[in-house]
Design a protein around this ligand. Sequence first.
Ligand code: SR1
Ligand code: MG
Length: 397
Amino acid sequence: SFSNQQSTYEPLTESTATSLATKLGLFEQGAVLRSKEIGDGNLNLVFHIVDDKTNISIIIKQALPYAKVVGESWPLTLKRATIESNALLTYYNLVPDLVPKVFYTDEVLAITVMEDLSHLEISRSGLIKGQNYPLLSEHIGRYLAHTLFYTSDFALNPQEKKKLAHRFSNPELCKITEDLVFTDPFFDIDTNNFESELQADVEKLWNDSKLKLEVAKLKQKFLTQGDALLHGDLHTGSIFASDQETKVIDPEFAFYGPFGFDIGQFLANLVLNALSRETDKQEPLFTHIDKTWAVFVDTFSHLWEKDNVEAYAKIDGYLDSLLKQILEDTIGFAGCEIIRRTIGLAHVADLDQIEDYNAKILSKQQALQLGKELILSRSTISSPTEIRNYFQTSYSY
Ligand code: SR1
Ligand code: MG
């Protein structure tokens, strides 16, 4: 990598981003570069830099010292840029075809310079438009199995793993998830955001102590259980896709957490897209839900047989009991993600962009109901395939 560390942080502009790209030697001497800020996420600046003559292009992603979605009143550590670069590099070693290549990082400027993936589309946008991305679940199932297995105590020496966990300590970004996914939506907190027509449904949820007890248990797992290096924000907006390719981006929330969290967030976002579709267009999402889990289980089991360093690996029943626990947690985390994306601070376009207002409210009520059912019945669900049964009666418009 390059050594061009800046001594002070400043947000880039389209023009300074171009100068930086030139200075880093990523383009031919004298190249005329086009630069555009294209960031549409909640937190960062993203510059797309192109040399039209050679067709070479790159992405420069820069963290802002605050959460863009809220403004400067919500300060946020720049260290997340380094976490993101390191996570991308770690994942690139494990699944090089499923993450972008990193060319350069600068801790002080909080930037990652990486492969341009703009020939692909953010999978959330594509799914909303009715794309189905036939390989998405096969790829994400494999991504999950490799990244989770190879960063866990089942593949690493526990001392090395602890060092890695220390390197990926990410308390500020974890706090966002602790608040926005596991706490705020279940209490009457200002940052929640929902339509007045949902008030009664939401109050029912706030008063449901049985549900809140189960969410508390899931939150405790998220707080304390460092199984593997998680992406930490694996929703469909963090995945670029086409019919052939899938690339997971944006692991700035990466940290050592419970195996089921990434899987649960991904499945939840497939469910949210299914809830936004007419009944006859939901099947590809159900297939993706089934297949993600099936590919994850097959691949994880294969890696377990092949590369497990744990003394108890061959003990009958160990893998099965672990997978059962991961499934239970996955379903519970998915339930929390579905609820927070419906009434919390950070929504999903899948539901928010439903054109017919009554249909939108109905879909959101169904999301709340489904999220709750998944959390409460997570220990008796034997496979994510069962999620489709919850749709059969009424979850469509
Ligand atoms: C203040 S950040 C809001 C949400 O955006 C991120 O992508 C995470 O999902 C976070 O919860
Ligand atoms: Mg993100």
